[in-house]
Structures are given as structure tokens and as C-alpha cells.
Design a binder for this molecule. Structure first.
Ligand code: NDP
Length: 486
């Protein structure tokens, strides 16, 4: 498998069942976050490429939307089977492109990408019409496709998030144009190869590579695009929302987070410490759900912090292709600079760095984007590092006295995506959970995902919900047909 990236990959767009060059005939370099080497070339697409992809999706819509749910579910299964046969390729490409450890790419990215297609295939196959009887009439609620969808995804979980959108979107009869992050294009290309190999009708799934302004913006504003599902940063989300609103496109926004992990003094420390380390640093802290603010009740503060820092320092950082590596590289030099700036801000704001700094790595990684996991204490709960999304391996730790204070600190941010609560008192856990202004909370666990449940945030973390029937609802228009009896 390693041979795949020995030769640089020169990627193409995928439009109407064909791999084609961008009109500009220009490509951007795709870099390995771990070593800084160029591993691929990404088409620099522009509006004319977007226009062609949207036309292909529009042309494919009448036939695709005429299929039954069962026929479309069969297609999702075929894609899942094909992706499953490429399981190791997905893991290796994703690890190479994002800098994440291979074990994580296998366990999370490859696994979930296949599962997303299977899960939505199964749901759509079993989807039933609802009906509401009246004394003299019957109401039938049916689900119709929305039309042409723009699916825009970020770099942290590339195929995981793309497949999370593609599967329910085409399953409900829409046709789509995918726009992955220019930083991590490799597995989107692999998905197009799968789609091509299974012989999915042309134009149902199209792919436009390119940057946000050149390819993403014209896609969102395109008059023939009917829905936009966007996952990414909050400020980009605001631009996308503004552009989509002009033509009333159906819109779902999954944006940033600054999630609190709340540790009560009655928690089971043996389970809590590894759970909170995982939630703080999975994927180098580059998961929107990561618990980057750790709130610890005063009685257990010292004990927790000692064990936590010790466990963080024991995480193995280094070569993402090593099976026992736990922490890889950050996505880009620009992102590394942003994370370093935040660490400097924390120092300026009076924070104490309990652990962190540059890791010492072999020479082959000297051009990569590396930073050791960083734990910061003694910051005010309203300091910038405590309330802004850093999206890296950096957590802040704060002390609280009681439930009320923990809730107040947890809600003290413009974000509202997720969080976790660690306690043996489940009544208290649920009571506190209900007071936190987020879309999701875990109690005594983190990122324990059931694909049937709603996923999404409040405040600056997004608009709408995806997941399970919420995805099916978003990717369809519900219609009521009321028939009066004689
Ligand atoms: P960005 O917002 O920078 O980019 C997301 C996607 O949007 C990329 O494909 C990007 O293209 C594209 N894009 C950029 N500008 C525009 C535009 N004007 N119109 C249309 N598309 C555009 O996010 P990142 O890629 O940096 O991802 C990190 C962010 O994603 C974090 O804030 C994280 O919290 C959030 N996220 C949220 C999740 C959730 O479910 N709530 C899950 C995962 C991440 P390109 O990169 O090629 O320029």
C-alpha cells in the first residue's frame, strides 16, 4: 500500500462519471503534515468547473430520484462493500494526508466511512411513510428529494465527514457535488474511485477539488444548488449561511466547539483520567467535539491534575505510521502557528504551562507540524484560551466549587457543541447536563457514538441537526397529502 504515495498523486475532479482536469489546468500541492513533503497535487478548480458539476448533478436528478428507497439503499450497500475492500487504503491515505496516527485512521476514519454507507442504507431501506387518520380523511407524509446538494467538508476527519453527508443525501434521492478541504483531498478521490468502480449512475456524485474561495464559494451561491451541508469553522460558516440565504437554500451548519469536560469529586478517577485525556487530545485535539476546557471540582483538583499530566506526558508522539503512536502532526504550518500563538497568549494572560512545547523527533520529521500536548492551568475562565476554539492539542484546566459554578463556566463561551460530565451520581450528571447549552453531552464517556441520535450544536456551533432520522429529514422535503373520503 505504501507505493500509493511514493509517486505523487495528481488528482482530478470527478464530474458526470469522468475524472477530468480543472479548466484552469492548475494544481495546488498537497503536503504531508508529518514531514512537509509534497504527496499529491490538487486541482485548482474555478466557477466553470463548478458549473459543469452542478449541471451533471441536475441532469442526473430525474432518474436518480425516480428510484425506490430500496434501490438506492442497494447502491449505498455496494459503495460500502467497495470501500470495505479498500479499508487499509483509506487508513493509510488518511494518516498520510492528515498526519494522524494510523491506528486512529483505521479505527475511526476507515471504520466509520464504511459504516456511514451501511447505516444509512439500512435506515433508508426501512423508511416508512407516516400517516395520520382523521374521521373523514387520511394524511400521508412522504419524503421527497430536495434536489442538488453541495456537501462541504473540513480536513480533520475527511472521509468520515464526507461519507456522513453523501450517504443520506443520495440515499434520499438527491444528487450531490462534494467539495473536500484542499488540505486533505486524497480519500475523497478514493471515494470517487469506489463510486466509479461500482458503476453508480453518472452525475449522482460529483467532486470538485479546490480552495474555499475558488470552488466552495461559487458552489454555495450557485442558483441550481438546492441544499448546502457544511462542516467547518464558524466564520466560514457565517459566510456560507449568508451566501445560501439569498436563494433560500436548505442549510445545515456543523461548526466549531469549545467543549467543557466537568469532573466532579465523586467521579471514578481510574476511568475519568484516561477518558478526559482521550477527549482532550484525540486526533491532536483537532476534533470539533474535543474537551478543551477541563473543569475540576476543588476537592479532587490536585489529585486529578497530577494523574492527568502524567498520562498526557506518557502519550507516544511521533511517526503516524507506527502502530503504537498516539499523537501525530498538526494539519499545516499555518495551523501550528495559530496553536503556538494561543500558547503564547495563555502565557501573557498569566497561565502556567504544566506540560507542553516542541517534541524531540527524528530528523525526517523536522519539516512537519509538530507540537507536544499542552496543558495550561491558572487561567481566568474568561481568558481567550479558555473560551476560543484552538483546535489543537491544548487544554486549559480550571477549578470549580459546586454545580452552579461548573455550569456557569461551561456556558461561558459563544460555542455550544458538546461536553462531558464525570460523576458517579447519575442524577446529578443528568441534572447538570440539562443545564449546559450544547447540542450533545456525554456522561462518564466521550465520543460514544450511536449513529441514530441527533448531532449538532447551538449558538456559534451551528444550525440544524444531522444523524439518523435528522439526516434523512434534512436531506429531504416532507410533503403531506390529505385525501378526503366520500
Ligand atoms: P474551514 O471553515 O476553513 O473550511 C471548511 C470547508 O469549507 C473547506 O472545504 C474549505 O475549503 C471550505 N470553504 C472555505 N471558505 C469557503 C467559502 N467561502 N465558501 C464555501 N466553502 C468554503 O474549516 P477547516 O477545514 O479549517 O476545519 C476546521 C473547523 O471545522 C473547526 O472549526 C472545527 O471545529 C470545525 N468542525 C466542525 C465539526 C462539527 O461537526 N461541528 C466537525 C469537524 C470540524 P478549503 O479548506 O479548501 O479552503
Amino acid at each position: 500500500m505504501k507505493a500509493v504515495w511514493r509517486d505523487r498523486l495528481k488528482l482530478q475532479n470527478y464530474i458526470s462519471g469522468l475524472f477530468i482536469e480543472p479548466d484552469s489546468r492548475e494544481w495546488m500541492d498537497d503536503y504531508s503534515p508529518a514531514t512537509g513533503e509534497i504527496i499529491g497535487q490538487v486541482p485548482k478548480s474555478q466557477k466553470s468547473d463548478v458549473d459543469r458539476a452542478v449541471k451533471a448533478a441536475k441532469d442526473a436528478l430525474p432518474y436518480w430520484s425516480s428510484l425506490t428507497n430500496i434501490e438506492r439503499a442497494d447502491w449505498l450497500d455496494k459503495i460500502a462493500d467497495n470501500l470495505e475492500s479498500k479499508y487499509e487504503d483509506i487508513a493509510h491515505l488518511e494518516s498520510k494526508d492528515t498526519g494522524k496516527p494510523i491506528s486512529l485512521a483505521r479505527e475511526v476514519d476507515a471504520h466509520r466511512s464504511v459504516k456511514n454507507f451501511r447505516f444509512f442504507g439500512e435506515m433508508i431501506r426501512n423508511l416508512e411513510e407516516e400517516s395520520f387518520g382523521m374521521e373523514d380523511a387520511n394524511n400521508r407524509v412522504i419524503y421527497k428529494p430536495v434536489g442538488v446538494g453541495a456537501l462541504i467538508t473540513p480536513w480533520n476527519l475527511p472521509l468520515y465527514l464526507l461519507s456522513w453527508k453523501v450517504a443520506p443525501a443520495i440515499g434520499m434521492g438527491n444528487t450531490v457535488i462534494c467539495k473536500p478541504s484542499e488540505l486533505t483531498p486524497l480519500t475523497a478521490d478514493l471515494l470517487m474511485k469506489s463510486v466509479d468502480e461500482v458503476g453508480l449512475p453518472k452525475g449522482v456524485i460529483n467532486l470538485i477539488h479546490g480552495d474555499g474561495m475558488g470552488a466552495g464559494a461559487p458552489l454555495v451561491s450557485h442558483e441550481d444548488v438546492d441544499l448546502v451541508s457544511f462542516t467547518g469553522g464558524t466564520s466560514t460558516g457565517a459566510n456560507v449561511a449568508q451566501s445560501a440565504a439569498v436563494s433560500f437554500k436548505k442549510l445545515s451548519l456543523e461548526l466549531g466547539g469549545k467543549n467543557a469536560s466537568i469532573i466532579f469529586d465523586d467521579c471514578d478517577l481510574e476511568k475519568t483520567v484516561p477518558g478526559v485525556v482521550r477527549s482532550g487530545f484525540l486526533n491532536q485535539g483537532q476534533v470539533c467535539l474535543c474537551g478543551s476546557r477541563i473543569l475540576v471540582q476543588e476537592n479532587v483538583y490536585d489529585k486529578f491534575v497530577d494523574r492527568f499530566v502524567n498520562e498526557v506526558e506518557n502519550m507516544k508522539i511521533g511517526d503516524p505510521s507506527n502502530e503504537d503512536t498516539k499523537l501525530g502532526a498538526l494539519i499545516s504550518p499555518e495551523h501550528l502557528s495559530k496553536v503556538e500563538e494561543y500558547i503564547q497568549i495563555a502565557k501573557d494572560e498569566g497561565g502556567t504551562i504544566l506540560t507542553g512545547g516542541y517534541p524531540c523527533l527524528p530528523k525526517e520529521f523536522e519539516n512537519g507540524n509538530w507540537i507536544a500536548p499542552t496543558v495550561i492551568a491558572d487561567l481566568d475562565v474568561s481568558s481567550r484560551c479558555s473560551i476560543e476554539e484552538i483546535f489543537g492539542p491544548v487544554v486549559t484546566i480550571h477549578k470549580f466549587v459546586n454545580e452552579e459554578e461548573a455550569i456557569k463556566i461551561a456556558n461561558n463561551t459563544r460555542y455550544g457543541l458538546a461536553g462531558s460530565i464525570w460523576t458517579t451520581d447519575l442524577e446529578k450528571g443528568n441534572r447538570v447536563a440539562e443545564s449546559i447549552h450544547t447540542g450533545m453531552i456525554w456522561i462518564n464517556t466521550w465520543l460514544h457514538r450511536d449513529l441514530r441520535v441527533p448531532f449538532g450544536g447551538v449558538k456559534d456551533s451551528g444550525v440544524g441537526r444531522e444523524g439518523g432520522r435528522w439526516s434523512l429529514g434534512f436531506f429531504s422535503e416532507t410533503m403531506n397529502i390529505c385525501t378526503k373520503y366520500d
